[in-house]
Design a protein around this ligand. Structure first.
Ligand SMILES: C[S@@+](CC[C@H](N)C(=O)[O-])C[C@H]1O[C@@H](n2cnc3c(N)ncnc32)[C@H](O)[C@@H]1O
Length: 183
């Protein structure tokens, strides 16, 4: 048994609830997207299983290996921020809950779950949202459990299949890239 799994079991925690690898993939995917490259990703927030909320600046360049990413996360949780070398800008920062206080007022907050009864074609769906509204997407970067539904205004499923977080993000970013004509 791997060391981390043994540690979690010894401390009576369920290893299935500790999947920072999913968050790693998801964050990397979002930062690499053309939506971000063109500057249309305005903010990225991550909430841990324990309820710690942190913000990642869209122009942050995070480690590309999982091992170095894990090291950075440990540093973030200890120091509460990660500063860019030289400039002093906080690229990652632990912030106070709830996340809603940071979201734009004029926005459409869209939650994603396979269990939603509202099955939509993402491409058509983003086309129907008033373009004066900022779009907020809430996707679960975990293996089990559901996203917080309390503040989302729309709760949609985008496939009849249960998808991985990264695959779900690919459908969202592709729909936006088409909507905004980003090549
Ligand atoms: C591995 S899934 C989590 C599984 C969890 N049992 C669930 O159904 O939400 C990761 C995330 O991808 C998103 N997701 C997966 N399949 C989806 C679907 N068919 N429609 C919309 N979102 C989906 C959800 O946000 C989910 O939290």
């Amino acid at each position: 048994m791997a060391g981390k799994k043994r540690y979690l079991l010894k401390n009576k925690r369920d290893p299935a609830e500790y999947r920072p690898d999913i968050a790693f993939q998801a964050i990397q995917y979002i930062l690499d997207s053309r939506v971000n490259k063109i500057g249309r990703l305005k903010a990225l927030y991550v909430k841990t299983q324990q309820g710690i909320l942190f913000q990642i600046k869209p122009h942050a360049r995070l480690p590309r290996t999982y091992k170095r990413f894990s090291g950075l996360m440990v540093q973030l949780l200890q120091k509460l921020h990660i500063t860019a070398s030289g400039k002093g800008e906080k690229l990652l920062r632990v912030i106070k809950n709830p996340v809603t206080q940071y979201l734009p007022i004029k926005s459409r907050k869209i939650g994603f779950s396979h269990s939603s009864e509202k099955l939509v074609k993402m491409h058509d769906y983003v086309g129907t949202v008033n373009s004066e509204l900022d779009l907020v997407f809430v996707v679960g970067a975990m293996a089990h459990g559901k996203i917080d539904k309390d503040y989302v205004e729309d709760y949609v499923s985008i496939s009849s299949f249960p998808l991985s977080a990264v695959y779900c993000l690919s459908i969202i970013t592709n729909a936006l890239e088409q909507k905004w004509d980003i090549l």
